[in-house]
Design a protein around this ligand. Structure first.
Ligand SMILES: NCC(=O)CCC(=O)O
Ligand SMILES: [Mg+2]
Length: 337
């Protein structure tokens, strides 16, 4: 290298100065690789019974459960902001939760009524995503049917297929199986096709980990008390495993998933990257309730800059390879973008 290189410095220095392109804003913008846009955002919303009712979720400051009429208004805001899709989550009345989860397949259940109301007003101006899983409806808080203390797979899958159909009938655009039963994507695809819903998409929660970061969500949908000291480790993935995520994604794609998801988000960016690089399929990531709660709580204490950590975390998902992010920050981020 140059004879001017000071002794002991790595070859290339000082000709290669990486700070050069960082010096001015115009230059930083020119070399920037990732750009977060409103098209990357999916906004999860929580529904409750009643009309003109809004109820704060204590562990998710700034997030509320909304009655169906106010959900329609919130979706209107999303449409105005250009957010491409919302994900609707029902906080089901405790009286309707049973071991058999019958409310999941009631065409008049809360989520189906919300989907119909939203679609009536906004039609194709925005996509509506609904989970397929039994936890909002189970008295035990598990995502499937329980027999002898175990969440049974195949019987649960039969129920999920019926749940997918009632949600598709209500107008849901994307069915998102979040249950982690084996074989559910193929079964749900077949059920949807068999009922004529050829164009209803499946976004598979393919690599969903048995994470402690879901705590505030369980408060939001009122399932925390139902689950008690139980856990979901016999079906959700072990946080210690990476390779298994690729096997899960491979199966879900082979079974007909249109897109896949990694969940949670920030602690699992390596999984997002591996999934995107391996399959080159539409890949989403869920910045879950606990991640939101951490950032917002720290910001409320004045320890973090809310706006900056929000945008930085969302940009990190893009950098890891995600095509989009389910995030409780969606509206706030969209307002800034
Ligand atoms: N199936 C959706 C979730 O479980 C969301 C979890 C979270 O936001 O913590
Ligand atoms: Mg699977």
């Amino acid at each position: 290298m140059s004879d001017r290189s000071p002794e002991g410095f790595p070859a290339g220095y000082p000709h290669t100065r990486l700070r050069r392109v960082r010096r001015h804003d115009w230059s930083r913008r020119l070399v920037r690789q990732e750009t977060l846009s409103v098209n990357d955002l999916i906004w999860p919303l929580f529904i409750r019974e009643g009309s003109n009712e809004r109820e704060p979720i204590v562990s998710m400051p700034g997030v509320e459960r909304l009655s169906v009429d106010l959900i329609v208004d919130a979706v209107g805001e999303a449409v105005k902001l250009g957010i491409p899709a919302v994900a609707l989550f029902p906080a089901t009345d405790a009286k309707l939760k049973t071991p058999g989860c019958e409310e999941a397949i009631n065409p008049e259940n809360l989520v189906c009524r919300a989907v119909r109301a939203v679609k009536e007003k906004y039609a194709d101006a925005i996509g509506v995503i609904c989970d397929v899983a039994l936890d909002p409806y189970s008295s035990h808080g598990q995502d499937g049917l329980v027999r002898d203390g175990y969440v049974v797979n195949d019987e649960t899958v039969e129920m999920l297929c019926q749940q997918a159909i009632v949600q598709a009938e209500a107008g849901c655009d994307v069915i998102a199986p979040s249950d982690m039963m084996d074989g559910r994507v193929g079964a749900v695809r077949q059920a949807l096709d068999g009922s004529g819903f050829l164009d209803v998409q499946i976004m598979a929660y393919a690599a969903k980990y048995a994470s402690a970061f879901y705590g505030p969500f369980r408060e939001a949908v009122g399932s925390a008390g139902n689950l008690g000291s139980g856990d979901k480790r016999t079906y959700q993935m072990d946080p210690a495993n990476g390779d298994e995520a690729l096997r899960e994604v491979a199966l879900d794609l082979a079974e007909g998933a249109d897109s896949v998801m990694v969940k949670p988000g920030m602690p699992y960016l390596d999984i997002v990257r591996r999934v995107k690089e391996t399959f080159a399929a539409p890949t989403f990531v869920y910045q879950v309730s606990g991640e939101y709660a951490m950032l917002v709580a720290a910001a409320q204490n004045g320890w973090l800059d809310r706006e900056r950590v929000m945008l930085e975390s969302l940009t990190a998902f893009k950098r890891a390879g995600a095509d989009g992010v389910l995030t409780y920050f969606a509206r706030d981020a969209a307002r800034l973008l």
